[in-house]
Structure formats: C-alpha cells, structure tokens
Design a protein around this ligand. Structure first.
Ligand SMILES: [Zn+2]
Length: 276
C-alpha cells in the first residue's frame, strides 16, 4: 500500500547557493499525489511535482522546475522519502533549495522520523526491470539488470582519497541506508567550484557541508566519515535520482563513476521502456 507522513516535520538551515536561511516543512498528502514541492516564498505559492518530466538541470545536483516553481538539489530528500517508503508528501520551502545541513542525508532522516509514517488505502506502483539496459557517457557507465529486489553496486575512483578505488554493493532498504549511506557527505573538486566561489554562487558553501578535493588532498573539518565516503554518497544520489520515477523499483543498478546526468538519462530510458 502507499504511505504518506503521519504528521508534519520541520527543518531550518542554510541554503548552499544563496547562503540564505530556508525553512522546510514536510506533511501528509493524499494517495496518488506523489511528492510535491511548494515554493511558499513566491506569489501564488507555485508547486512542482518531483517527477522525471520536471527535471530541468543535472549539473552538480538535480533541479526540478514547473513554471516559476524551481527547486534545486532535491535528490537527498527524495532518497530518504524512497527508503522510508513515503509515496505521497507535500514539501513546503521558503526558498529554491532545501537546507544543505552537513551535506549528507542525515537531517532528512531525522525529519521523516519526526513526521512519522501512515499507510493509505491505495496500492503502490512498482516498476520491474525486465531486460538489461546500458548507458555510457564519458567516464560514467550505468547498467540496469533484472533482479529479485532493488540493489545498487557502484564504483568510483579519485586519486586523492585514501581508498583510491571505492566499491560498494547494497540492498536499497531503510536499515542499510541509515547505517551506511545517510551520513555520507557531498564532495567535489576545488577546481569544479572555483568559478562558482568567485561569482558568489555558493554563498552557503563551506567545509561544514562538503568535502573538497584540492591538489590531491582532502579538505574536511572532520576528515572522512568512512574511508569510502564518496561511493556511499554516489549511491545516495542514485537512489534520489531514480526516486523521480515515482514508483517502487525492482532491479539491479551497476554504476561506474555515475553522476546526475547519467542517472536521470537512465531513469528516463527505463520509464520510456515501461510506458510503451
Ligand atoms: Zn548528492
């Protein structure tokens, strides 16, 4: 059966790009409503549904947009909704992006626990991968294959990490997510964000909410939380991006150096295949 939140959850924090304080409230929604974001700061409080058709940008984070309602960096919250089995929810925000927190999904896990869950009188939609799919772009490779459950195996390689080549395979469910994935933080190379810093486009960014790789070393206030923190965060992003399918997924995802662009493209191909 579909599930929604039993009550409201509330979170407040700094937005990565603007540096402004954002208030975010999550609450229940009726069956077949899906996950909808509402921009409470804009006239008319416009809404955008978290579905693949509304993905407007995949550089560095996943952005969804429907007219005036633009929301950046939806993937971490969507991943948490997915693993907790939240099919329907309304997310109200006072700005264009959720609070970045510590760059991980930990604050969103606390948010959904605060709101609680309740079952609804409607069946869930399920999407079963019935034949293999392959997509490659640059160094990124994604393969989807049939399986009895939902599993992700991912590998990444960065020259400056203590564990050069990182690999992790896990079953996508609540307990493994909380224990292995939720605390893994956003990371990027300094070179990737240098121009954004100079243009004042990431005013809220700091070593409080991201791990930075610069000239072969890791910049982080607390070191790494796991020797393979980066591959864990990549799995978090995959779960969040594929949550935009709007249904429960059954299949195996194999990912090599993935990013939002390949995740979303593969989710679109899977969705097209199932709708025809
Ligand atoms: Zn991420």
């Amino acid at each position: 059966m579909q599930h929604t939140l039993a009550g409201n959850g509330y979170l407040s924090g700094i937005a990565l790009h603007s540096g402004n304080r954002i208030n975010l409230t999550v609450g229940p929604a009726p069956p077949d409503h899906g996950i909808v974001f509402r921009r409470a700061d804009l006239p008319g409080r416009p809404e955008v549904r978290a579905v693949l058709d509304n993905v407007s940008e995949t550089r560095r984070a996943t952005t969804i947009a429907d007219g005036e309602a633009v929301v950046y960096t939806v993937e971490h919250l969507l991943a948490v909704f997915y693993v907790f089995g939240v099919d329907n929810a309304l997310v109200e925000m006072t700005g264009p992006e959720p609070p970045i927190g510590d760059g991980s999904a930990a604050a969103f896990v606390a948010l959904v626990k605060q709101a609680g869950l309740t079952a609804q009188q409607a069946p869930r939609r399920q999407l079963v991968v019935s034949s293999p799919l392959y997509y490659e772009n640059g160094e990124a490779i994604l393969v989807l294959a049939p399986a009895d459950d939902y599993r992700i195996a991912c590998t990444v390689k960065y020259n400056c990490t203590p564990m050069d080549c990182q690999y992790l395979s896990l079953s996508v469910e609540r307990e493994s997510f909380i224990s292995q994935i939720a605390s893994a933080r956003t990371f990027c190379s300094y070179h990737e964000i240098e121009s954004l810093i100079e243009a004042n486009l990431i005013c809220g960014g700091s070593l409080d909410n991201a791990v930075i790789m610069k000239d072969g070393v890791i910049l982080s206030k607390e070191g790494l939380r796991h020797p393979d923190e980066f591959v864990r965060h990549k799995i978090l992003d995959i779960i969040g991006d594929f949550a935009l399918l709007g249904c429960r997924l059954q299949g195996r995802i194999l990912a090599v150096k993935p990013g939002h662009e390949v995740n979303i493209e593969m989710a679109r191909r899977l969705s097209n295949l199932c709708n025809h």
